[in-house]
Design a protein around this ligand. Sequence first.
Ligand SMILES: Nc1ncnc2c1ncn2[C@@H]1O[C@H](COP(=O)(O)OP(=O)(O)OP(=O)(O)O)[C@@H](O)[C@H]1O
Ligand SMILES: N[C@@H](CCO)C(=O)O
Length: 335
Amino acid sequence: MGAAALMASSSKVSVFAPASIGNVSVGFDVLGLAVKPIDGTLLGDVVSVELAETTESDVQAENTLKVIGRFADKLPTAKEDNIVWSCLLLFNQALAEQGQPIVAVHMTLDKKMPVGSGLGSSACSVVAALAGLNAFYSKNQQFSFDEKTLLKMTGQMEAQISGSLHYDNVAPCYLGGLQLMVPDPEVISRLLPGFNDCYYVMAYPGIEVSTKAAREVLPTSYSRADVISYGQNLATFVDACHRQDKVQAFSVLTDVVAEPYRVNLLPKYQQAHDYLMAEGAHAVGISGSGPTLFCICDNAEQAHNYALWLKENYLQTDLGFVHVCQVDDAGAIEI
Ligand SMILES: Nc1ncnc2c1ncn2[C@@H]1O[C@H](COP(=O)(O)OP(=O)(O)OP(=O)(O)O)[C@@H](O)[C@H]1O
Ligand SMILES: N[C@@H](CCO)C(=O)O
């Protein structure tokens, strides 16, 4: 179908992409978990894509980007500085390489996710944009990129914005569930059996920590003892996931790579960590590069009590929030 035919039958698509916990404590840059609030709140970004109509004077239609939502004012004002715009340029370049016709589109980003939160905010925008464009072309032009190609594009965009290639937010955000990054470009990410009956309390304190800054505080080399602990914790966790051994999995959820160095960037984190662990939480950690804290337990009442305590004791500005979540198995979805 050519661009003209597309215009006649074009329909709008909207894609939601969920929040995620990067690292999951034991897998720096190599583990990520998609999460969703149990009360149905959409914790993630939504990108809508529709055809840009040509005007009556038949002037060539142009691509546009509109940003709305609670955290819209936290993003750069120039559309060229928004990662969604970069996603559009990358997607169009990939279409051109395939010899596919390209049409002008109106994109809308509903920025529901706080920036620099540790919830994978840029990943949500990247995934919603690329999956949204893919769904738009699939619906209107019967052409789409396969899952692996699209995943690679999400990695490329995340690298552009954060300064390094890591899939631990984009992969779970796109594919859902608990994802392990595999150093094989033909695989990239593999779904692990997670603990889907558990509750993940997510507390965003309302302050910003940039991923770049949080990576700069990390050492460039580690002691042999830390390397051994890291390998042992990650291997034990992955093995325990496959055996669905919750006790073993959560007993090794200790971060020796990032948390000891990032803790100073996060006011009240250590105090909250120690309180929740003493109260019986399975594990407490920094979500991605912070400042969001995650806390795992397997009882809804306990999760609500922890959420209340975190609201009182971890939030620092009006922008902060706490959500009781579970695993999001779906990843990016059309809504
Ligand atoms: N659509 C977008 N979503 C998020 N950040 C964006 C977007 N477009 C541009 N940016 C800019 O990219 C940078 C993202 O920084 P950073 O990687 O620290 O945040 P993040 O991805 O929101 O964090 P996290 O992964 O910890 O949630 C910010 O400077 C932000 O202004
Ligand atoms: N793995 C990344 C996640 C960033 O959200 C980091 O911890 O720096």
